[in-house]
Design a protein around this ligand. Structure first.
Ligand code: DON
Length: 553
């Protein structure tokens, strides 16, 4: 790795600290991963080669969410303007069934869908790496595995944030894995952790290919491990896992064309709905994070998330009426009850109730290469370190993506999201997601590449970042830095990052019937984005809420 070279070609603006490059850029949750992705492009690879190397590097450097044992979505745009998506979402194992997380009285068993071997969905990330390579890769795949293997062998230096993540989750990790597990140790900032088991696993996958993970030694070890822990996944489940190339959701907002992820992610549909519902208003006139702006976004979000709950699920299992619920007249009707005078109660839109938990436990990376291709990937284990079940033999955490299904109609999941029949558990089905990797075009040219973790807050964080640039003229770093708000229909609460609203605004919104919560989340989303400026330079938006970093040349 020649990362010092990369640092030289990343220009930092002295007045606004925006980072720019001329040719290619990666923005991800970890400097190590961004450097590796950028180096691949410097060596002549394209954005897809860089995607593979970055995904693998994050699996090493950011085990909190980076993974080879989770899933995600990729939205891409080729230099010639062609767009598409890859769905590498996890699936429910064959032995999964609708009521698997319920007790005999039909009540949801606390923790069963989040921290047991039954919470693990059949992983899609390794399949994605090989499918992306087969479709678009230009560098031999073994070479693309190289930097991540080296990183795992040499180890990563733990940052303060890494230590914070480990400490927050260590008690659970030890409870689930015993005190001999890699993550049971008393790490300090600056310690180097080496991942020998993961390095070996990656080496085998690099050598034998996709089948190593889905049928080979890794598959057998993984399934034996999960079965010892009470799981039901089989080698046959792994063997039958397939990614899906799907058409993106594409819609226009004023002079922008937005290309984003469709079902089984709810991201694109909700984004299309919210943009359409706010489009009749002059947002610039309302003002960024003004009282009226917050009301408008909240009311559009409320209505969209109510639809999400009811209509959305895996399109291969349930009819998702995408066309009808993103259609102009339908959305106009949805906003008929909106007034700036007072909040619409979520109970008037529909009903339910719940609690939240803070989350930035997914990860997103954005890539633009020197040829003009763009890749936007959001990938996750779902919770922090997924299920927190760690396979020491193979060197990775397992996802707990099964919690994204609706275990029981109307009962909220980890992110407070409720669901209906459309998102009920079924064998082989993909659980509904909020992940929203997105690409924005302006005047038919590549304009933005963005996405974020944040569970249910992903969609609204992507929305606000696009609006910050397109409506309020912010640069990408400024747009990412700006304080965010969020509403998701249920619970009927406006979540606000501390400082997003003034004391007067909170008072006034409260008087209109909005419940403002500035305490539950200290951060909303962690956006990693790239803006293409009119002169072709790429500006990074690397979220300072984390250790996120840009690299490029
Ligand atoms: O697919 C989803 O919507 C969730 N599994 C994403 C989880 C997530 O973003 C966690 N981090 N905040």
């Amino acid at each position: 790795m020649k990362s010092h070279l990369l640092a030289w070609s990343l220009i930092v603006c002295c007045c606004c600290s925006a980072q720019t490059t001329r040719n290619a850029m990666v923005v991800s949750a970890k400097k190590e991963a961004s450097d590796i992705g950028a180096q691949v492009m410097k060596d002549g690879g394209n954005a897809f080669d860089a995607m593979i190397a970055t995904q693998l590097a994050l699996a090493v450097a950011y085990p909190y969410a980076g993974n080879i044992s989770g899933g995600g979505f990729m939205v891409y745009r080729l230099a010639n303007g062609q767009t598409g998506t890859l769905d590498f979402r996890e699936t429910a194992p064959k032995a999964a069934h609708r009521d698997m997380f319920l007790d005999t009285n039909g009540n949801v068993i606390q923790g069963k869908s989040t921290e047991t071997a039954l919470s693990v969905g059949v992983p899609g990330s390794v399949a994605a790496i090989f499918d992306v390579h087969a479709a678009f890769g230009t560098i031999p795949i073994k070479k693309l595995f190289g930097p991540a293997i080296l990183l795992a062998r040499n180890g990563i230096v733990l940052s303060e944030k890494d230590i914070e993540h480990i400490r927050q989750n260590q008690a659970d990790i030890i409870r689930l894995n015993g005190d001999k597990t890699l993550y049971a140790q008393g790490y300090q900032t600056g310690d180097v952790v080496k991942f020998h088991a993961l390095a070996k696993t990656l080496e085998r996958i690099a050598k034998y290919g996709r089948s190593e993970f889905y049928e080979g030694e890794t598959a057998k070890k993984l399934i034996a491990f999960l079965n010892r822990k009470g799981g039901v996944m089989t080698v046959s489940d792994l063997k039958h896992y397939k990614t899906k190339w799907r058409d993106p959701i594409v819609f226009d907002y004023k002079d922008l064309r937005i290309v984003t992820m469709g079902p089984p992610s709810s991201g694109g549909v909700c984004l299309a709905q919210i943009f359409a519902m706010i489009s009749p208003y002059d947002l610039r006139d309302l003002g960024h994070n003004s009282e009226k702006y917050v009301q408008l976004l909240t009311e559009a979000e409320r209505r969209s998330y109510a639809d999400r709950n009811h209509f959305l699920g895996d399109p291969d299992f349930t009819h998702v009426p995408v066309k009808q619920i993103t259609e102009g007249e339908y959305l106009k009707q949805r906003m008929r009850s909106f007034s700036f005078d007072k909040a619409t109660a979520s109970s008037e839109v529909s009903h339910g109730n719940i609690a939240f938990s803070e989350s930035d436990e997914t990860t997103h990376y954005s890539i633009v290469d020197q040829f003009g291709n763009a890749v936007s990937v959001t990938t996750t284990l779902n919770g922090a370190y997924g299920s927190k079940i760690y396979c020491d033999e193979l060197g990775f955490f397992l996802n707990n993506e099964m919690d994204d299904f609706s275990a029981k109609s109307g009962v909220p999941n980890y992110f407070g999201l409720t669901g209906s029949k459309a998102n009920a558990i079924a064998p082989g089905k993909r659980m509904l997601s909020s992940m929203t990797p997105t690409i924005v075009e302006k005047d038919k040219q590549l304009y933005m590449v963005l996405g974020t973790p944040g569970g249910s807050t992903i969609i609204t964080s992507v929305l606000q970042t696009i609006l910050n640039v397109s409506e309020f003229g912010m640069g990408m770093q400024q747009a990412v830095d700006a304080k965010r708000l969020h509403h998701q229909w249920l619970p009927d609460i406006v979540l606000s990052e501390p400082g997003a609203l003034t004391v007067e605004q909170v008072k006034s919104l409260t008087a209109k019937g909005y419940k403002i919560d500035e305490r539950t989340f200290s951060i909303i989303g962690k956006v990693d984005a790239i803006l293409i400026r009119p002169d072709g330079t790429k500006e990074a938006g690397a979220d300072k809420r984390g250790n996120d970093a840009a690299a490029g040349f």
